[in-house]
Design a protein around this ligand. Structure first.
Ligand SMILES: [Zn+2]
Length: 350
């Protein structure tokens, strides 16, 4: 199937046509995760120690190196890099063990990457990015995004899923007594939000450990940070779809706002007022992700839903949202970019 012709305007009505390739084992990323296995207990201790009130003690983790599959859905001819595509990771079972609740990874655990690329429109997604996303980014960041590959995207998914296995997890967080509209999300949604925030900031923290240990290059970590900036901006923009400045996103859009806000406050993402775009101050990268993870985990210990809701309000409707420059995002039209939608069913894996 080839890609069709069209314009951005058509994209909103266009239906995706896709072909897919299935079950390409990713040796490169399996190898990377294999190097993690001996250190997983150390990381668990690091995560536990970041919880300041001491309410969580490191658990014993027996991790089996997951089998990694690179599943590629192509909605057109072009296979593009991670920042331009759409990645989904799934660990099966998410928490390990036969009943899904145990930490013993005694079954095969898999991490998946689905890439939904270049589709939804006759135009390339790359063209959409150039028109809608790139005006928000410095030349340095654009160059890095152009270098991102599907291997980068899969490594991100792998690190995100690894971070899910570390530190505490909760099925519900009491939403507390503040008057935030985020209480409407409910305790389970707040717990999911907190869990995903842990995984995604944890991913950044682990990526910097990779760099520190010399397992990835400086170029790799720069591309990683650039793709995370792009991911956050796309998700934030999706929550601004109404165009009136109200923030109405899904869980991941909220994670993006929190992460983007925390990383901006820590000096990693820097908005240039004159040029009206973001740049990255790489010198602050390691410390920024560590601070973001520490802040995230500090909400875990007591399951403090009120603190989490306040943090959300701060970055989506409150003072902190200034750093996210919603009007500038809406000005470029990024909020109207088509959002990939994907549902899938997994059978016969156990
Ligand atoms: Zn996740």
């Amino acid at each position: 199937m080839g890609k069709g012709k069209g314009s951005i305007g058509d994209a909103f009505a266009a239906k995706a046509r896709f072909q897919f390739r299935l079950g390409l084992a990713s040796l490169e990323t399996s190898d990377m995760l294999g190097k993690y296995a001996p250190h997983i207990q150390d990381f668990e201790t690091i995560f536990a120690n970041m919880i300041e009130d001491g309410s969580y003690t490191a658990e014993k983790i027996t991790a089996k190196v997951p089998k990694l599959f690179d599943i590629i859905l192509e909605t057109g001819d072009a296979l593009r890099g991670g920042s331009s595509g759409f990645a989904v990771g799934q660990t099966l079972p998410n928490w390990g063990g036969a009943d899904g609740s145990s930490r013993d990874f005694d079954q095969a655990t898999m991490i998946w990457l689905n890439k939904l690329l270049a589709g939804y429109t006759g135009d390339d997604l790359r063209d959409l990015n150039e028109q809608l996303l790139y005006p928000l980014l410095s030349p340095q960041v654009r160059t890095l995004l152009d270098q991102a590959s599907s291997a980068h995207a899969l490594a991100k998914v792998a690190l995100h899923e690894t971070a899910h296995t570390l530190g505490p997890r909760q099925t519900s967080i009491p939403v507390g007594g503040t008057q935030t509209r985020l209480h409407l999300l409910g305790g389970a949604a707040m717990a999911l939000l907190n869990e995903e925030l842990k995984a995604d900031t944890g991913m950044g923290f682990l990526a910097y450990r990779e760099f520190e240990q010399g397992r990835v290059s400086e170029d790799w970590i720069r591309i990683f940070v650039a793709t995370q900036l792009a991911w956050c901006l796309n998700k934030i923009a999706a929550a601004l779809r109404s165009g009136d400045g109200n923030y109405n996103g899904n869980v991941y859009s909220h994670i993006a706002a929190l992460q983007f806000g925390m990383l901006s406050d820590a000096g990693l993402f820097v908005f240039d007022d004159e040029k009206a775009y973001w740049d990255i101050n790489f010198e602050n990268g390691n410390a920024a992700f560590e601070t973001a993870l520490r802040t995230t985990l500090s909400h875990y210990g007591p399951g403090n839903g009120e603190a989490l809701a306040q943090l959300l309000d701060h970055y989506t409707t409150g003072e902190g949202s200034a750093a996210l420059h919603f009007p500038r995002i809406i000005e470029t039209g990024l909020h109207r970019k088509p959002v990939p939608s994907l549902s899938y069913e997994l059978n016969g894996l156990m």
